[in-house]
Ligand binder design. Structure first.
Ligand code: URA
Length: 435
């Protein structure tokens, strides 16, 4: 019999835990047999001592097996998803999922909601009137089979150990720990029934991993977990030191995603969508090189076929497909407030997380899981790092419905940008590739 106090002691003293010890802990914690105080002690010991590769693979596997693992083996073809660690204005999943599906990949995508300064794919999709993300696993499988893509939220049955552990980590100061973060994300992704996974690991002021070294460590750790689980995994480090695209806010990001699906849209959003789709195509063996994948992805976007695919997905998931091209059918905002540059100069650094927090103050995001959001509101971002601006020119426009926090949000936005005399280097969108 394995005593949980021995497991805690072993980790406290820096020993690697065996798969049996890990399973005893994860199974016991999921069932309620292991109390929160023992779980808290073990989590803190992991924060201090870390985890080895084999240990982390066993930990992730135990979390994955704590719940339902979706079996898509009867759906032919290569099943592949993309996961981003999140940020501000990151709507890439919206154009990418129908694009990859149109290119012939099977895309079972289980996404999350926005929390804190980061937005969430589910909230963006649900800005489309009628769109349902709470489909059964059977319906999800059917969508992946018939339309090549299904877009749902995490069900209660997927990785329940992670759900419980994440809530505990939140209140015991044990969230910021790379092995715990990597295993938490990967346990949910591996439950999707995928063959391959493209990871978009964000770094910069709006990212969960603001420091590049941490982003690289997280990427390395997640790739190792995926490999140990027998999946194809590639990770890209990408920039989150300024918002992606021009809009932050749910319905506003739907509109911008549709622009990309029409072969238009902002350059960074289009580039991210194409690059990450190309990575998916190469993982699947559909294209031999990233260049070939990029060319194919661009061709499909420019043809409008991916937009048609998205319309079919929206309809199949209960949404109004006309809302994709008729903005009056999407939730909107009533008022606008410009936030102007205080001086002539160049846009220097942005505190991108602050831009996300300003958007949640006007209702585009949520501070707590239970908070409601206003899908119509958000921020238009006029300036990018390195741009020349004149005093009085708008840097941002707040697009809002409720007056309450708008002045404070404007103040936050103004403080989030530095105006400098010398042109700052424009941050590169793509960094390292691991895989
Ligand atoms: N997202 C997750 O799903 N888990 C973490 O631990 C951190 C971010």
């Amino acid at each position: 019999m394995i005593l949980i106090s021995d497991v805690i002691r072993a980790k406290r003293d820096g020993r690697e835990l065996s798969p049996a010890e890990i399973a005893a802990f994860i199974d016991g914690y999921t069932s309620g047999a292991v109390p929160d105080y023992q779980a808290s002690a073990l989590l803190m010991a992991i924060v201090w001592r870390g985890m080895g590769d084999a240990e982390l693979a066993a930990w992730t596997d135990a979390m994955l097996r704590s719940g339902e693992v979706i079996d898509l083996s009867d759906v032919p073809g290569y099943k592949v998803d993309k996961h981003s660690t999140g940020g501000v204005g990151d709507k890439v999943s919206l154009p990418l999922a129908p694009l990859a599906a149109e290119a012939g990949l099977r895309v079972p995508m289980i996404s999350g909601r926005g929390l804190g300064h980061t937005g969430g794919t589910l909230d963006k999709l649900e800005a489309i009137p009628g769109f349902r993300t709470d489909l059964s696993v059977a319906r999800f499988r059917e969508l992946v089979d018939t339309l090549n893509v299904g877009l749902i939220g995490q069900t209660a049955e997927i990785a329940p150990a992670d759900k419980k552990l994440y809530a505990l980590r939140d209140v015991t100061a044990t969230v910021e720990c790379i092995p715990l973060i990597a295993s938490s994300i990967m346990s949910k992704k591996l439950a999707e029934g995928i063959d391959g996974l493209v990871l978009d690991i964000k770094t910069g002021s709006g990212a969960f991993m603001a420091r590049r070294a941490d982003a690289l460590e997280l990427a390395k750790t997640m790739v190792a977990i995926g490999r140990a689980a027998g999946r194809d995994v590639v990770a890209r480090i990408t920039d989150m030191s300024q918002p992606i695209g021009r809009w932050v806010g749910n319905a506003l990001e739907v509109i911008e995603s549709v622009e990309v699906l029409q072969g238009r849209g902002p350059a960074d959003l289009r580039a991210l969508t194409i690059e990450l789709t190309a990575e998916m195509l190469v993982l699947a063996g559909s294209d031999a090189t990233l260049d070939a994948g990029r060319a194919r992805a661009a061709r499909i976007l420019d043809s409008g076929a991916a937009l048609e695919r998205f319309e079919r997905v929206v309809e199949a998931q209960g949404g109004d497909p006309r809302a994709l091209t008729d903005r009056s059918r999407l939730p909107g905002f009533r008022s606008r407030l410009d936030v102007a540059a205080a001086a002539d100069g160049f846009v220097g650094e942005m505190d991108c997380a602050e831009i996300g927090r300003a958007s949640l103050m006007i209702g585009a995001g949520r501070a707590r899981k239970e908070d409601a959001i206003d899908p119509g509101v958000g921020i238009e971002v006029h300036a990018r790092v390195g741009d020349r601006v004149e005093a009085g020119a708008p840097l941002f426009t707040l697009c809002y419905n409720e007056d309450r926090e708008v002045v404070a949000a404007a103040r936050r936005l103004r403080a989030a940008v530095t105006i400098v005399d010398e042109q700052a280097p424009v941050p590169a969108l793509f960094g390292e590739r691991l895989g």
